[in-house]
Write a protein that binds this ligand. Structure first.
Ligand SMILES: [Zn+2]
Ligand SMILES: [Zn+2]
Length: 229
């Protein structure tokens, strides 16, 4: 599968853009990066994205979406499905309304061919089978995904602490994109030391680490990197 990393930084990283990953030019995992210019630079057609999986509603995972949805309203009107935690429709509609004011309801929303789907323990979206697992992050948690891509499991954590549900998320996955925010004590996130431990417990999984605050660690990807795995 092809993975295009549009951004690989933690929320207030001074060095990296906020996170977003495109899988095979069709699936978008979180939407924190400047999506349209970074898709352009990675050779991804923004009109070809047919499903977006969101892990949680922190701004570093969602604030690239308002300009992206305008592309899907005014430039390419193919339908799109958002999968996200409970309340995904209300949360995103509120984000788009605050971004575009009354133009959202009056001029934009009627042309938007969108489906919202609250993440199920197992489900499918636009032909992609997935499982979701609740992860420990902040006060409200995060939703990690195991998505079947060409017969292999891609695990995607978004933000998480290094607790037992994360091991469950990556178990048996061919590829795992997992956060590794920084060394030492990183509150509500995973440390580099814990990332190395996770990797050693799952030796058959190819790990790609993102959501870095500063510097880099073994296995980390970088902004605008396109990887075949
Ligand atoms: Zn984050
Ligand atoms: Zn977060």
């Amino acid at each position: 599968m092809q993975l295009a990393f549009l951004g690989t930084g933690a929320a207030f990283s001074p060095e990296r853009y906020n996170g977003a990953v495109v899988v095979n030019g069709r699936l978008l995992l979180d939407g924190g990066a400047p999506l349209l210019p970074h898709m352009h630079r990675c050779g991804v057609d923004p009109g070809a994205i047919d499903a977006i999986f969101l892990t949680h509603f922190h701004g570093d995972h969602t604030l690239g979406l308002p300009p992206f949805v305008l592309h899907r309203i005014f430039v390419d009107q193919r339908p799109i499905t958002f999968v996200g935690p409970e309340g995904v429709e209300a949360k995103l509609e509120a984000l788009f309304e605050v971004s575009w004011g009354q133009d959202w309801q009056l001029a934009m929303r009627p042309r938007f061919k969108v489906t919202y789907q609250e993440a199920q323990p197992s489900g499918s979206a636009e032909g992609y089978e997935y499982e979701s697992i609740r992860l420990d992050h902040g006060t409200n948690g995060s939703t990690g995904y195991r998505i079947w891509v060409d017969g292999r499991i891609l695990a995607y954590s978004g933000d998480t602490e290094a607790t037992a549900p994360l091991d469950q998320l990556v178990d048996g996955a061919a590829v795992a994109i997992v956060e590794a925010t920084g060394p030492g004590d990183v509150v509500s996130h995973m440390s580099w030391e814990a990332a190395a431990g996770l990797k050693s417990r799952h030796p058959k999984t190819r790990f790609l680490f993102n959501h870095l605050y500063s510097g880099t660690v073994d296995g980390a990807v970088s902004d605008l990197q396109v990887v075949e795995v």
